[in-house]
Ligand binder design. Structure first.
Ligand code: IMP
Ligand code: MG
Length: 173
């Protein structure tokens, strides 16, 4: 496995992202909705750098088996009330974009006042939808990454940095 983004670089990027969010959202109360499970570590670091009043809720989206995309399942059971609220959707990584697009259209049905989205990582050149997250921490090349919440078959979420899986790491877990 090869380190792609160090823990320090991640923190610096979240500092910049949080400053931009504080500036643009300008003290408005936010309902932060995290897409489980990959965004847990990012969520924890990001919300501690936001100083406006905010609530946190979670939903779950699953699409991966190993390093392959499968069909997308979204679970909204734990979604708090978002009608008339300003929502900040937080996800770990923006790859094809299908997950965030689908989640936004499901949340829209609850009539929030606004929905903006923040992702830690965007994979360059992979997007298949006409949507770009409002806040992006890093852009990375098209490699499968783990760590800082991101997993390969549920492993490696606890790494404090982002690492690229190499062929010999795949299938031997
Ligand atoms: P998308 O729907 O293709 O944009 O994929 C988004 C979701 O797939 C993310 O929320 C991640 O959970 C997962 N994902 C995409 N790329 C990676 C990766 O490189 N490592 C781990 N998970 C990934
Ligand atoms: Mg995810």
């Amino acid at each position: 496995m090869k380190t792609l983004v160090t823990a320090d670089q991640i923190q610096r990027s979240i500092d910049a992202l949080a400053a931009e969010i504080r500036r643009r959202e300008a003290g408005r109360p936010l309902t932060v909705i995290a897409v489980m499970t990959g965004s847990i570590v990012f969520l924890a670091d990001l919300v501690r750098k936001l100083d406006m009043p905010l609530r946190v809720g979670v939903i779950q989206a699953r699409s991966y088996q190993g390093t392959e995309r499968g069909s997308l399942a979204v679970n909204l059971d734990m979604l708090p009330e978002i009608t008339d609220r300003d929502v900040l959707l937080v996800d770990d990584i923006f790859d094809t974009g299908h997950t965030l697009l689908e989640v936004i259209s499901l949340l829209d049905e609850r009539r929030p006042r606004s929905i903006r989205s923040a992702v830690l990582v965007l994979k360059k050149g992979k997007q298949q939808v006409a949507l770009r997250p409002d806040y992006v921490g890093f852009e990375i090349p098209d490699v499968f990454v783990v760590g800082y919440g991101l997993d390969y078959n549920d492993a490696y979420r606890n790494l404090p940095y982002l690492a690229a899986l190499e062929p010999q790491d795949i299938g031997d877990k």
